[in-house]
Write a protein that binds this ligand. Structure first.
Ligand code: SAM
Length: 262
């Protein structure tokens, strides 16, 4: 029985799982991390593509079926039981950075993505299935209804693109909504960690009150003064700001904090 609390909707059609593996490729000889393999449909496609796969699964009921895959994988499958939110990816990947490929559980998908975008571990690339609505929030542009903190963090750190759509009926059991696969390729010049942390705070405050003018929504971080320092009109709203403008605000937060310390 699928456990709703663990976001279990399975992809059992090898045509679909092979397509996801192709979209993540080339995978031959590469280390791949898959979160939530469940009964192993996607895992099988990743192994077929020649990857060295490590899976992390929370639900122990899948262990026997995953163990069966180990025997056919010629030593290329490592199974780890546990919570992917708590895993140290750096400890999993001894050599080359991990390519992450997953049909993510809905309930923790966004949290995992934020971890991989802003955390200390930098994957080689990510090819991830989300609810379509979340996929649209990742790739949204200024002015789009879906534009928010997730778009800002994803696009500050990666090049993100929807590469496949999957209707609800592709899953067993079918979820209530459609899904989409997003491929995210980290930018070579990811902003340094303190700047990313400031970007998280600015975008959270600005979109937390997205209908308000920036001078009000950003008040805890300096309001109109912060906007002036970044050269941004304080009567604008979060949804109109480009990524570069958010970066400018984040820089201004760091400068203001440095001055405050003196
Ligand atoms: N990959 C499989 C497929 O495509 O058929 C299953 C995908 S299903 C959407 C999500 C899987 O993630 C489930 O097997 C669930 O048990 C597992 N899961 C849920 N939360 C998890 C967590 N925090 N860490 C690791 N696995 C988790």
């Amino acid at each position: 029985m699928a456990d709703k609390g663990l976001g279990q909707h399975f992809l059992l059609d090898l045509n679909i799982t092979r397509k996801i593996a192709r979209l993540a490729g080339p995978l031959e000889g590469r280390p791949v991390l898959e979160v939530g393999p469940g009964p192993g449909g996607l895992t099988r496609a990743l192994l077929e593509a020649g990857a060295d796969v490590t899976v992390i699964e929370k639900d122990a009921r899948f262990l026997p079926i995953l163990n069966d895959l180990t025997t056919v994988s010629e030593g290329r499958l490592t199974i780890q039981m546990g919570d992917a939110l708590k895993v140290d990816e750096g400890a999993l990947a001894a050599g080359a950075p991990l390519t992450i490929v997953s049909n993510l559980p809905y309930n923790v998908g966004t949290a995992l993505l934020i971890k991989w975008l802003t955390g200390p571990y930098r994957p080689a690339s990510m090819t991830l299935m989300f609810q379509k609505e979340v996929a649209e929030r990742i790739v949204a542009r200024p002015g789009d209804d879906a534009y928010g903190r997730l778009a800002v963090l994803a696009q500050a750190t990666t090049q993100a693109k929807i590469v496949m759509e999957a209707p609800a009926r592709a899953f067993t059991p079918p979820p209530k909504v459609d899904s989409a696969v997003v491929r995210l390729d980290p930018l070579p010049d990811r902003p340094p960690t303190p700047l990313l942390a400031a970007l998280e705070r600015v975008s959270q405050a600005a979109f937390g009150q997205r209908r308000k003018m920036l001078r009000a929504s950003l008040k805890p971080l300096g309001g109109a003064d912060l906007c002036a320092a970044a050269g941004i009109d304080p009567v604008r709203r979060a949804e109109t700001l480009t990524l570069d403008e958010f970066m400018g605000l984040a820089q201004a937060v760091l400068v203001a904090e440095r001055h405050g310390e003196k």
